[in-house]
Design a protein around this ligand. Structure first.
Ligand code: SF4
Ligand code: SF4
Length: 300
């Protein structure tokens, strides 16, 4: 990240803490809910099958920029399926950079070619070792590995959603993130029990085991893109939500924090660690700020 962008984000954080501002800085645009997979933990794929038009994506990006958002995510469905009139995800990333966003990231299931050097961070969903990943996401592990082996010049972060089927494989995936030449980091979330996916939720003891495994890996120097303070806070389930600094846009409809905000009672069971981290940072938690400076900057 450029140092002037870092200073600008630091100033935003300072104002947020001091004046208890509730302005967003991070936005996610959902380009489509179309997806070539049907993962066991997913409740948002292939509901409308719509693709946002190129014009509408640009308009939403411009609106977010005017509103002060500087960190942008593109998401799906499967993000890399998005196209409109000959434009693809790389065109959107270039436009976003031209508009002035500091960080432009995307999330992908990795089953399509991963040649997107414009992404500041490419979050690649990998939910365990071959066995647990395929159990959750269908028989896709080997295809993802082939795409990963071919992906050069990309800053790729594994994005692992921890649930009952894969929480024992955390150490294995961390090792892979450390050793694979095309992987730079790994980021964890915990399963958030959308209706119909409750059976994948970890119980209290399993959460403790998973958090202990992640913290052990942090101590061992694995490239983990999460804050230890947020892991502790997640276990205590004592943090302010929804996050007012994050906003999601789907089909031109806006949601504060996540699409999940409208599902009754779900926020109390939230496993999205970014929401925990933003909550701590925006409340001025000194430990989280210190860890953020040591962690985020290494991988962006
Ligand atoms: S790849 Fe993502 S959007 Fe598609 S089914 Fe899996 S979790 Fe859902
Ligand atoms: S806190 Fe945010 S990310 Fe978590 S469930 Fe609620 S809306 Fe979703």
């Amino acid at each position: 990240m450029k140092s002037r962008h870092f200073l600008s984000l630091a100033f935003f954080g300072f104002k947020t803490i001091l004046f208890r501002q509730k302005k967003p800085i991070l936005a996610t645009i959902i380009l489509t809910d179309s997806c070539n997979l049907s993962c066991r933990h997913c409740a948002v794929n292939n509901i409308t099958g719509r693709m946002l038009s190129y014009r509408d994506v640009l308009a939403e990006m411009q609106a977010f920029y005017r509103e002060g958002v500087r960190i942008l995510f593109f998401c799906g469905g499967e993000t890399l399926l998005w196209q409109d009139g000959g434009k693809n995800i790389r065109d959107l990333m270039k436009e976003a950079k031209k508009m002035g966003f500091y960080l432009v990231n995307l999330v992908t299931n990795g089953t399509l070619e991963l040649n997107i050097p414009e992404a500041d961070v490419l979050f690649l969903s990998l939910d365990g070792n071959r066995e647990s990943h395929n159990l959750i996401r269908g028989d896709t592990y080997d295809q993802i590995m082939r795409n990963l082996n071919r992906a050069e010049n990309c800053n790729i972060c594994i994005y692992m959603a921890v649930n009952k089927l894969n929480y024992r494989h955390i150490e294995e995936v961390c090792q892979q993130a450390k050793e694979h030449p095309h992987l730079r980091s790994i980021s964890f979330n915990f399963h958030t029990p959308y209706p119909g996916t409750e059976s994948l939720t970890l119980d209290a003891e399993e959460k403790r085991v998973a958090v202990a495994a992640i913290k052990k890996m942090i101590v061992k120097g694995m490239p983990i893109f999460n804050l230890p303070s947020a892991l502790d806070t997640y276990l205590e389930n004592h943090w302010s939500r929804p996050c007012h600094q994050c906003v999601v846009s789907e089909n031109k409809q806006r949601y504060l924090c996540g699409r999940c905000v409208e599902i009754d009672g779900l926020c109390r069971q939230c496993g999205y660690l970014f929401a925990v981290e933003f909550s701590l940072l925006c409340a001025g938690n000194p430990r989280a700020i210190y860890e953020m400076l040591r962690t985020y900057l290494k991988y962006i």
